[in-house]
Every structure is written in C-alpha cells, then in structure tokens.
Design a protein around this ligand. Sequence first.
Ligand code: NDP
Ligand code: MG
Length: 380
Amino acid sequence: MKHISLMGATGSIGTQTLDIIKEHPEEFKLAAMSAGRNIDLARKIISDFQPELVSLSEKSSADILKAEFPGITFTYGHEGLIEVAVYPKSEILVNAVLGSVGLDSTLQAIEEKKTIAIANKETLVTAGHLVMEAAKRNGVMLLPVDSEHSAIFQSLQGEKEKNIERLILTASGGSFRDRSRKELENVTVEEALNHPNWSMGAKITIDSATMMNKGLEVIEAHWLFSMDYSKIDVLLHKESIIHSMVEFHDSSVIAQLGTPDMRVPIQYALTYPDRLPLRTANRLNLAEIGKLHFAEMDFERFRCLKFAYEAGKAGGSMPAVLNAANEAAVAAFLDGKITFLQIEDFIERALASHNIISNPSLDEIQATDLETRKYVNSLL
Ligand code: NDP
Ligand code: MG
C-alpha cells in the first residue's frame, strides 16, 4: 500500500489522480491533500477518501470543514501546503497545483525523501536547477506526470543517456492550431478554452493555445532528462496519439502511444516501475484512426515557443521571468483585461526588461517571480 500526499486535489490532474486511487484501493491510500478555494469539491473528496490531513488556501474554509469532519486535521495557506507535502506517512507527493506556488513545498518534500510525481511544470521551469540538485543530493526520484515527459521517460526505460540523439516533443497545436496570426487578433476566452484533444484546467488550456505550454515543456524536459536545448525538438502532431519520442544515435526512434488520457501517465508515475490495469481507459485503435499527421513547428506563428527556448538557453533567472510573466498575462487574459496576442507581447517585454541573475537562490527566484508579476500587472 502506497500512501499519497496530493497537492491540488480539486484540479483537473488532482481529480484524475483520485480516479486512479479509487480504482486501486488495495494499492493506494490518500493520506494528505490540499485544495485551493473550491470548498464544495474539497468536501466531497474528504468525504469519499477520508484523508488524515487537509490543507486549504484560506483559514476560513479550513474552519468550516473542520467543524464538519472532526476526526480530520485541517490546516491552511503556504504552511499548510508544506505540511501536506512532507506528511510523514506519505511515500509519494503528487504535485498537481497550478503555477509556481508549489515550488517551496516540493523542495521540502524532496528533503524529506518523498518520491515526487510532478505534474506541476511551473516548479521545474522556475527553479529546475534547485529541484534537480536537491533530488540528486537526496537520492529522490522525480517521476513525470506530464504526458510528453512520461512518454519520454517510458521510451528511455533500459536505455543509456549517452545513446540519446535527441528528444522529440509532440504538440497538438491547441485551440488555434489552424488559424493565422491575423485570425488570432480577436479570439475570445471561450474559443481559447476549447481544446480539440485534451480536457484540462483553464491556465494550461490557454498555454496550449499560445504554445507556451510546449515552451514550458521544453524547459521541463531539459531539467528532467538533463538534455541540452539543442537536442530537444518540437513536432506538430494534431491527433495527440504519439505522446513524444526519443531518437537514438543509431537513428532508432522509440515512441509511446495511447489515446489522450492523463490518467495513463498519472497512474504510471504512481506504479513505476510496475504497471496496473486501467479498466476505464479507451484502448488505442490505430486501424480506426487510420492516419497520423506531423508538421514542422513554426516559431513565428507560435512566438511563445521561441521565447521559451531563448529563456531556457539564457538560463539563470530567465525561465522564472518567462513563467511568472506568462502566469500573470494568462490570468489577465482569462479576466478579460487583455487580448490573446497581448499575452505574448507582455511576456516579451518582461523578458527584455529583466537583468539576468545567474544561478539564482530560492529567495532570488521568489523575488524575481514577484517583481515580474508586478511588472506585467503595471502594463495592464
Ligand atoms: P487546475 O486549475 O485544474 O487545478 C489546479 C489546482 O491547484 C486546484 O486544486 C486548485 O485549487 C489548486 N490551486 C490553484 N491555485 C492555488 C494556490 N494559490 N494555492 C494552493 N492551491 C492552488 O490545473 P490543472 O490540474 O490543469 O494543472 C495542474 C498542473 O498540472 C499545472 O502545472 C499544469 O501545467 C500541469 N499539467 C496539467 C495537465 C492537465 O491535463 N490538466 C497536463 C499536464 C500538466 P482550487 O481549484 O480548489 O482553487
Ligand atoms: Mg503536456
């Protein structure tokens, strides 16, 4: 029986992680969880899974639920998130919160030698050097949940790092794959939220439409697989059937395929190096699909991908600026305060105005994150 701490239980990845726990009650137990502001869903999850420790964003929500579930320990805020992450009984932390808010708690869980199943790519983008150094020092495994990285991880089983020629991340193209830049000028929030293949949280759905999601994933891959940016490529693949690939020096390419369903990579991270049946998953029927399509990525059409490569290669505090500017700009777009194309415009300006710090400490990263958000909000 593996005990799990789940940060972000009320989100898209969080609820799908709960589906996996529910399907294998003899394998997994939810020991601790965090939720943000969705108290109604948190209440239902607590009642279904009876975790021992629950953290909410606000003290007021924690107090309300505490009165309803007297046998359960409640906590809140930043400290609460850390308590969930380092909960002594848990062997695994699933980080499924949104944005850089999960950085601190993930670092602390690594120091407590928890295995980390990481969905939260912003943590690695913002502070990959600190996370990887801590993981190495503590002998902790970081298991990818992001479908592309899980695909690469699965393709690398039994392979040696020195034999890798390059990683090939596939990209569906998001909601606006077939539109020109001109046609992007007046797109609405509702249109942007309508992803053709995946059902995900709002922020990552917008990131898919701007292609920033793929940019963040390039940086995530750089850290997870210690791969130089010159060896990470992106390929448009609109069906989202091939989740990513690895090319080796002998020109062999290994890929992982499946229907688009996040529960598969989530479950693999929880069962690694084993596998379990996933009763409710749709099996892949290639004869029915018939054709798969691929196309070269256009870096002028998808400028956020270009910014991400540039920020990743510059290194230091630049990826933290990229991420914070993106989080702030996407929030503003979702609030109806800026247009879709202004997202990339604001990110570009934030990157240009930043004086890079090489090898930043956690404090310097958090200060950069805050400053960047302030800068973007000052542009509104
Ligand atoms: P959602 O927006 O659906 O869920 C986010 C979760 O984080 C919710 O539980 C939310 O709580 C909580 N949360 C948000 N803000 C805070 C905060 N300030 N403090 C504490 N908790 C907070 O996001 P997703 O599940 O889509 O994404 C989660 C992560 O996984 C992201 O990093 C994303 O990039 C990554 N990812 C997601 C994929 C997907 O298919 N969705 C695929 C691959 C990666 P509440 O709702 O209660 O407020
Ligand atoms: Mg992904």
